[in-house]
Design a protein around this ligand. Structure first.
Ligand SMILES: [Zn+2]
Length: 614
């Protein structure tokens, strides 16, 4: 019976082992081909990208794609009713097999990106000025923020100023720095005091501009300009990418960022206004606004520790599949395209002519609740620090592991009428039960490597599925793989002639263990690859409190409710993602359990800034 109070998150993580494995030293070499097939267990979609509006949809900026085929659709206005023979490109299979191979051989995480995780935080940021000193070093000094103009609206003359422009003004009145600026000018010497303009209104419903006047108190010296630039880039971009952003806010962010970039390049004044917050006396967070998001101090791949993509010494996956960039290495295996087992008409391969599927959001690495290992006894944690009983502890967050998607039961996948928008897509998926055949050619690999590849391409016999193509969180792309034959080509010297002797390779005894795959990840892999691992009563979906929740309400509740606390120390996370091997892998829709930040007196609802958004 369906349990509508709980759900299973679409993805989970296979734990990382203690150490990254090294490339194998075996010297035996084998040449030949593995013949194998894949069979769809849920609908599958891989786009034919030669036309991004293949179905001629009229909605603005809405994209629509046919399934991949060898047909060039660039001149087609609408392929509705016209069906082509589907093909699974070899590159897709290569990506899938590499991913699994990395996991099962304790290799590096080949697909990590260099994003900086950004997270909304309940601490108030203070005014500061970045300062490029004469020797070129970058520091941060405290600043006094002074409002420009008396009335609620900023003075018209301020239109001439951009963020970071130097402004001269007459002494403001209050000694506590609160006063306000009535008379000001761009011209040096017009008034005796100067500061730097910050055009408030960065997502905040404020009409004032402020001048930041430098104090002589240094917050941090010798900051790394590249890191500061990456942080600011990540944080401003995350604001700009919010679907709900208003166009004037977007303009304000863009112009702030472009002025900031000029400053960091040295093309502007020596000072630039920012807001900052210090975590545990060490980490300085920089942002454009006072209530803000916080960006992690390093990029995602830095938190993967020894599992960051290989550089000098190669892991088994980089050794076999190759590696680009410095110390590049070619690949010794090649995946052919996969051809469909023929049915009587092209139409019969597809679920429908076309369907519109829900918005496929990109991975939210800022969801620390799910992406990071929970430090023991922590009430709240981020990539750089955790809170335990009201105290901040600095540490390096550890990634939960390698991301895998649970398999959906095919009957739970339906294509309901989804309204077309610029965020979602219209596609033509293949239906379940369709088989494709193809080859993997190997060229000088060891018996161990060959057996490992055979194991992965033959996991269907153990009831395990792999995930291919688009729409994985929605349940698309579950396939089983099956090997139908392996041929080995040996070079034999017949007197003076070189001959190839082709014989069939016996793979009937290849098992997980005999192929030398990692013992530490076996159980987790077998569970998450299991086609029937998720109990049927649970819906597999992104966290939500109800069907009306578009995703952020659940996370908001998981952090204690709508109101943000006024300091980091009061932040908390109620529920972490269950581990793959836990008996109950589901989460409740209701997570707040009365834990809310209602005692926060400084909560400012009207500017809308201290409310969680993901
Ligand atoms: Zn590697």
């Amino acid at each position: 019976m369906a349990d509508s109070n709980r759900f299973v998150n679409p993805y989970n993580f296979i734990s990382l082992p203690n150490k990254k494995a090294k490339a194998y030293l075996d010297e035996d070499k084998h040449y030949g081909v593995i013949h194998y097939s894949i069979t769809t267990k849920t609908p599958l979609f891989i786009p034919n990208s030669s036309n991004d509006n293949a179905f001629g949809c009229k909605e603005a900026d809405h994209k629509s794609f046919d399934f991949f085929s060898y047909t060039d659709l660039s001149n087609e206005k609408n392929v509705s009713g016209k069906y082509y023979e589907p093909v699974v490109p070899g590159s897709e299979m290569r990506g899938l097999v590499r991913n699994v191979y990395e996991t099962l051989t304790d290799s590096c995480m080949g697909v990590l990106n260099d994003d900086y995780p950004v997270k909304r935080i309940g601490a108030k940021f203070k005014p500061g000025l970045l300062h490029i000193q004469e020797d070129g070093s970058l520091s941060l000094v405290e600043a006094i923020s002074i409002r420009i103009g008396e009335s609620a609206k900023h003075p018209k003359e301020m239109k001439k100023f951009e963020d970071g422009d130097k402004i001269y003004f007459s002494n403001h009145e209050a000694s506590n720095g609160r006063g306000m600026i009535r008379k000001f000018s761009k011209n040096e010497g017009a008034y005796n005091t100067c500061g730097y303009v910050i055009k408030w209104g960065l997502g905040v419903r404020k009409e004032h501009f402020h001048a930041f006047k430098a104090s002589n108190k240094v917050v941090k010296k010798n900051m790394e300009a590249a890191a500061v630039k990456n942080m600011m880039d990540a944080i401003v971009t995350s604001y700009i990418e919010q679907p709900s952003i208003k166009s004037n806010d977007e303009d304000a962010y863009k112009s702030y960022l472009s002025s900031f970039k000029k400053f960091i390049k040295g093309d502007k004044e020596a000072y630039f206004p920012v807001n900052y917050s210090v975590v545990g006396n060490d980490i300085v967070s920089i942002a454009p606004a006072t209530f803000s998001k916080e960006v992690s101090s390093r990029s995602l791949s830095d938190y993967a520790g020894v599992f960051t993509p290989c550089e000098e010494e190669l892991c088994p996956a980089c050794d076999l599949f190759g590696k680009i960039g410095d110390n590049a290495k070619g690949s010794r295996i090649r995946f052919s395209d996969m051809y469909v087992e023929k049915l009587d008409s092209n139409k019969s391969y597809y679920v429908k002519d076309f369907v519109t599927i829900d918005n496929l959001s990109s991975p939210k690495i800022s969801n620390v609740d799910f992406y990071l290992v929970k430090p023991k006894n922590a009430d709240f944690w981020t990539y750089d620090y955790y809170i335990e009983r009201g105290k901040i502890h600095l540490y390096d967050g550890s990634l939960r592991g390698r991301k895998y998607y649970w398999h959906h039961h095919p009957e739970s996948i339906s294509f309901n009428n989804v309204k077309r928008t610029k965020l979602n897509k219209t596609i033509r998926p293949i239906k379940e039960g369709i088989t494709f055949n193809g080859e993997l050619y190997f060229d000088g690999i060891s018996k161990k490597q060959l057996n490992q590849l055979i194991y992965i391409l033959n996991t269907g016999k153990d009831g395990l599925g792999l995930k291919l193509g688009m729409g994985k969180p929605l349940g698309l792309g579950s396939v089983t793989c099956s090997v139908s034959g392996v041929e080995e080509r040996k070079i034999v010297f017949d007197q003076d002639k070189v001959k190839y002797d082709v014989s069939s390779y016996d793979y009937s005894n290849v098992t997980y263990e005999s192929a030398g795959l990692s013992p530490s990840v076996k159980k987790e892999f077998e569970k998450i690859a299991g086609l029937k691992s998720v109990p049927k009563q649970y819906e597999i979906c992104y966290p939500k409190t109800s069907d009306h929740d578009k995703g952020f309400e659940w996370f908001q509740n998981n952090h204690g409710g709508r109101r943000m606390p006024d300091t980091r120390e009061k932040m908390r996370i109620n529920r972490a993602l269950p581990k793959i091997l836990e008996n109950d892998i589901s989460l409740p829709q209701a997570v707040n359990g009365g834990n809310s930040y209602n005692n926060n007196k400084n909560f400012k609802k009207k500017n809308g800034e201290n409310v969680w958004k993901f």
